[in-house]
Design a protein around this ligand. Structure first.
Ligand code: GLU
Length: 503
């Protein structure tokens, strides 16, 4: 029987989750759901110095908002917990010890000063200092010291680290699901630290041990981890474990200029790079979020899916369900994906149009009550009349405020264009016509008013434009008679009288 597919999203709680991280979570989620697998959240908090208060909650809230919940993780034990590395601390030492015993790792006692000296010395000679086969025999470690010296150092409590002993003169043929074969010459690898004397493993050891113990079958993560792939594969080999499959997702690039999209780019360039707003616990600085800016999670997810993946067809609009059905790692690109804030807005606009008017009306009612507008008008009809011009729910107010409030001022340009010397008289005549109408439906008012205009043999614009100014305050908005009918006869006449008075 094929193994149950298990993937994990393994963020470090060092700050808010950047949209690149959300994209990684999304691709893991889609892959898991497509294959009836399990999506695990693991919190990689071995580096306590970089721990940021509130970051873990932020990660969970962001996944929730995006509708990509984890199946297993903190608070959702699936039999592989705990899911925070700080709570798994006791597990790692045994594997570091095993690697020492089998000769794949060694103790190193070099002081920071000593290492710094070597680094500077190499720099001065135009070289880079790499701790590996090249010089490890000359440095202070269990490969260069006698067993007795090592024991003495350990028992007297000298600070140490455990380093991986990278092999010499080997070519590794690594396979990445997205990039294909990647060849690595082991001579360029350094002897990475696996374990520190503070009792904590480094990312590399903890990550491999956990992926193994959690029976992860596919590691899907950002391209920035590709340079670690060789070490990870070597660690699996050294521990005698099968390695999972690996897929490194392409970088997300800045919309303009060169390089990776960074956490700082967003507010600098005028768009959010975070799913939710983030308030820095130390500085209280606020970084904007897609949610608070009015984006729908469906739109953000759709946009993120296209950062590095495409379905191979013309279709661009996808629901989460459709993404799950279509998703395939084989269709993920190698090349970096340019982030495009305008396209993100387009996705938002498209998803808003697809949203049921009933649902939009509910959200719009919240905005109305925040604005202390109480109304008996049919909200759904109003939303329907302006929806096609909206990108965000909050646009609905700007597009429809005139239904709820008579204009308090009139757009100067529109007045100049449409309110002529004879307009006030014509508008007064119009109020008399409207007064006599009993069936104030949009169609009936339209028929009567248009008939009257035709009878007077004047251009339609001479009436329609000032009427629009009277009802809306400018020359914008949906069908005029629809507005008149909805606000009702008295209010329509009142607004025309107001406009006559003020113009
Ligand atoms: N903790 C790593 C990160 O913050 C995880 C990398 C991986 O997925 O292996 O991205």
């Amino acid at each position: 029987m094929a193994k149950n597919i298990r993937v994990r999203f393994a963020p470090s709680p060092t700050g808010p989750l950047h949209i690149g991280g959300v994209r990684t979570a999304l691709f893991n989620y889609l892959f898991a759901k497509k294959n009836n697998g399990t999506f695990v959240l693991r919190i990689e908090d071995t580096d306590q110095n970089r721990y940021v208060e509130g970051a873990e909650d932020y990660i969970k809230n962001a996944l929730d908002w995006c509708n990509i919940p984890y199946d297993e993780g903190p608070g959702k034990d699936g039999g592989f917990g705990p899911y925070r590395q700080s709570e798994r601390k006791h597990l790692y030492k045994e594997y570091a010890d095993q690697l020492i015993k089998t000769g794949f790792a060694y103790y190193a006692f070099d002081t920071p000063e000593n290492l710094d000296f070597h680094r500077k010395d190499h720099e001065a000679k135009g070289k880079t200092f790499i701790y590996n086969w090249h010089n490890r025999e000359k440095l202070t470690n269990s490969l260069s010291l006698t067993p007795k010296e090592v024991d003495d150092k350990l028992s007297s409590g000298d600070p140490f680290v455990i380093r991986f002993k990278s092999p010499k003169d080997e070519t590794l043929n690594l396979v990445d699901e997205i990039r294909g074969e990647v060849k690595i010459d082991t001579n360029v690898l350094d002897d990475k630290i696996l374990f520190k004397s503070d009792g904590m493993p480094t990312y590399h050891l903890a990550n491999i041990v956990d992926d193994h113990l959690m029976e992860i079958t596919h590691v899907i993560r950002g391209e920035e981890w590709l340079p670690s792939l060789a070490l990870h594969v070597l660690l699996y080999r050294a521990l005698g474990w099968d390695s999972p499959s690996f897929a490194h997702l392409p970088l997300i690039l800045k919309p303009v200029g060169k390089g990776k999209l960074s956490k700082r780019d967003g507010d600098k360039m005028g768009f959010p790079v975070f799913p939710l707003q983030w308030v820095d616990p130390k500085t209280s600085d606020i970084s904007s979020g897609y949610k608070e800016d009015g984006y729908m999670p469906e739109a953000v997810i759709n946009m993120l899916a296209f950062l590095g993946w495409n379905p191979g067809t013309e279709q661009e609009l996808f629901s989460l369900e459709e993404l799950i059905n279509e998703f395939d790692l084989k269709r993920v690109n190698k090349a970096g994906a340019k982030f495009d804030p305008e396209k993100t807005k387009w996705f938002q606009q498209q998803h808003l149009q697809k949203t049921d008017t009933e649902l939009l009306s509910k959200q719009f009612e919240i905005i109305l009550s925040e604005k202390k507008i109480s109304t008996t008008l049919p909200i759904k009809t109003i939303v329907d009349s302006v929806k096609e011009r909206a990108t965000f729910v909050h646009d609905l107010w700007n597009l429809s405020h005139f239904y709820f409030m008579s204009p308090s001022e009139y757009d100067e340009k529109s007045v100049k264009k449409a309110w002529k010397a004879d307009t006030s008289n014509l508008m007064y005549e119009l109020t008399r016509i409207l007064l006599d109408i009993t069936d104030f439906s949009a169609d009936n008012v339209s028929n009567i008013v248009k008939g009257w205009i035709t009878g007077k043999e004047i251009g339609f614009g001479k009436i329609m434009m000032p009427l629009r100014i009277a009802l809306v305050g400018s020359l914008q908005g949906p069908d005029l008679f629809e507005i008149a009918s909805l606000v009702g006869k008295e209010e329509t006449i009142r607004r025309i009288e107001n406009a006559i008075e003020k113009n």
